[in-house]
Write a protein that binds this ligand. Structure first.
Ligand code: DC
Length: 230
């Protein structure tokens, strides 16, 4: 059977990565989290003193971009995708609220996006992949055979992120998370380079009131329709 590229874009904390991972597992595809790549760059900046307060030292980051190597590996026990920064597993570190606070600014830098998009296209060469992000269906893979644009209300998304952080033992603050979600929506939608927007040929999925099972059924049905028409 033909193997395709599936692009899943949408607002932050819509459950895109959970959905994309589960879809990839169900249909035997590889999953790639493009947001994790931007998070790893933000984490690199934090580790290397390239962020002071809210200001990123962009000229230094540009000079040091070649020092940043991002790759993915499967957790040998859980089989979950792990993000590696220069060969070191940073999956946990890149999910903190501090990284979330800085990542939109890092992701708005044109030279960072250019480098990440190059690497994402490289990953797509093998086909049979599900990649989630903000610009996968518009910029990275405009010819992807299946494009989904996911939405949900900011409150629903903040609650989901809250539950996720609480479940892993953090002590989250709902209002801080909601503010962060709204702020990131604003930056993601209004940035000059590759702003978040639905591709004309993407299918919209509002999952505010859908169970995971209903959502998966919809995805598999959509995938099957596309693959049989290919
Ligand atoms: O999906 P996420 O919350 O882990 O993404 C982290 C940040 O990276 C978020 O601010 C949006 C940005 N991002 C992007 O600009 N382009 C992508 N393809 C993926 C993420």
């Amino acid at each position: 059977m033909k193997r395709i590229i599936i692009a899943i874009d949408g607002f932050s904390s819509c459950g895109k990565s959970t959905m994309a991972k589960a879809l990839a597992r169900n249909i035997g595809y590889l999953y790639f989290d493009s947001g994790a790549m931007y998070r790893a760059v933000a984490y690199f900046c934090m580790q290397n003193g390239l962020i002071e307060g809210e200001t990123i030292n962009t000229s230094e980051l540009q000079k040091r971009l070649d020092e940043i190597h991002i790759s993915f590996a499967a957790d040998p026990e859980t089989k979950n995708s792990l993000t590696l920064l220069n060969g070191i597993n940073v999956e946990h570190e890149i999910r903190t609220i501090e990284v979330s606070r800085h990542v939109s600014q890092v992701a708005a830098l044109d030279f960072v996006r250019e480098r990440m998009v190059e690497q994402q296209r490289e990953l797509g060469k093998q086909k049979g992949i599900v990649m989630d992000g903000r610009d996968i269906g518009t910029t990275v893979f405009p010819d992807a055979e299946m494009k989904v644009f996911v939405t949900a209300s900011a409150e629903v998304r903040a609650q989901r992120r809250y539950d996720e952080l609480a479940a892993r033992g953090d002590n989250p603050d709902y209002n801080e998370i909601l503010e962060n979600v709204q702020q990131r929506d604003h930056i993601d939608q209004t940035r000059e380079v590759s702003p978040l927007k639905k591709a004309d040929d993407a299918l919209e999925l509002d999952n505010s009131n859908l169970t995971r099972e209903e959502q998966m059924n919809w995805l598999i049905e959509t995938y099957n329709k596309i693959i049989t028409g290919c």
